[in-house]
Design a protein around this ligand. Sequence first.
Ligand SMILES: [Zn+2]
Length: 79
Amino acid sequence: MYIALEVESNCMKRTPYLPDTLKFSCEFCGEENIIEFDPTAGKHQTFTEDCSVCCRPNRLRVTVNEVTAELEIEAEYEG
Ligand SMILES: [Zn+2]
């Protein structure tokens, strides 16, 4: 599963606003989850988040693109 969140940026010369939440689709049940995210904690972050619907763990790999202010999110079921 691959999701890119797009955030509008009016001026590319400014430091773009980095989203502090992210959205992923559960790899087990397909439901959408929105969780808090700290973009200042690193450009590449890997963590496990339990789906709020089915409680299955999803391993998320998040890459912060500071130029486009997009989050690149890969989710895989951690079974
Ligand atoms: Zn789920």
